[in-house]
Design a protein around this ligand. Sequence first.
Ligand SMILES: *Cc1c(COP(=O)(O)O)cnc(C)c1O
Length: 386
Amino acid sequence: MEKQGFFYRDTWAEVDLDAIYQNASAIKRLLPDDVELIAVVKANGYGHGDVEVAETALAAGAGYLAVAFMDEALALRKKGIAAPILVLGATRPEDVHVAARNRITLTAINFEWLEKAASVLGDSSLRIHIKVDTGMARLGFKGLDELKQAEAFLEQDSRFLLEGIFTHFSTADELESSYFQHQLKEFETLLESLTVRPKYIHASNSAAGMRFAGARFNAIRLGISMYGLSPSPEIKSSLPVELNEAFSLHSRLVQVKKLHKGEKVSYGATYEASNEEWIGTIPIGYADGWIRKLQGQEVLVNGLRAPIVGRVCMDQCMVRLQEYAPVGTEVTLIGKQGSNFVRIDEIARKLETINYEIPCIISNRVPRLYKKDGKIVGMHNHVLGS
Ligand SMILES: *Cc1c(COP(=O)(O)O)cnc(C)c1O
């Protein structure tokens, strides 16, 4: 196939940019016109590709981007993204001039950070959002006194442009909402006691942004659901928009053999054929993020489910085919084949974790292909640096 001209390994991930566009625009349509969509593209766009997701989200109506670390913001600038970018995490205050030079917005996490940043900022000016800790105990100013102190400090230092204030919910994806309401109330109370009204006031991640109109203020930070995933299994059935999974994972059979009863598979010889069985080898393993705990997980071959048998190796694993299939047959590890679908949520359940983790842990050794209108429009092969 032509798309394989750019890499020599029969394993790749596909990112459906149309799905990301549809998810982002459907959620944007839920919002009143004066609520900004901040597209969260940290961690290489949750493993999907930072600049590809950023461009798609901006085209779908996002007006701001967010990442976790300044390095990620700089990477986007290098790749030509001119849109405003907020760094949600902590940046060393001694590095604020880098943000200023690259028009990157930083998060002020406490008063000490502001003072240190002020002492090294020089003549530069810096756009900041103040983070308020309303009950997550991660980052942020705590309580009114510290916020008032910041307000007074910023009033007399015009190098800081206070553009936003925000908080983060810890239980927005749960059915039980009392702690969420408690955090929301705390945030509202603090806002009322301040005299400044920054341009952006935001609190909601995907879950809160979709579920609670009263928590949208004038911007939401959309991450997981832009990628087509539900923030949690328990709210999945009640989400107000239909989400389309953007990430899929593919490989091909590179060897197929018939095993006789009693013959064994992989390290430790832990799997033994109980009959005559067709065993196929696929070139993906734990170094790709397809971790050993995925032993037993089913993949799709010719639309049929085939379990991974024996231990997952660093670079390969073996599957038991329901019927013979030739070398070169496509294997879908995440995604759809015919009427069968292995969803990211299924992989997350198998790994006893959340769906967020799955595309994030598929490593950079796996090339990413980007699809738009059913066509391949780009690819990244980090191994070859292309
Ligand atoms: C990652 C992150 C988000 C996005 O959350 P989702 O649940 O993926 O929508 C929002 N806000 C902050 C502070 C984050 O770190």
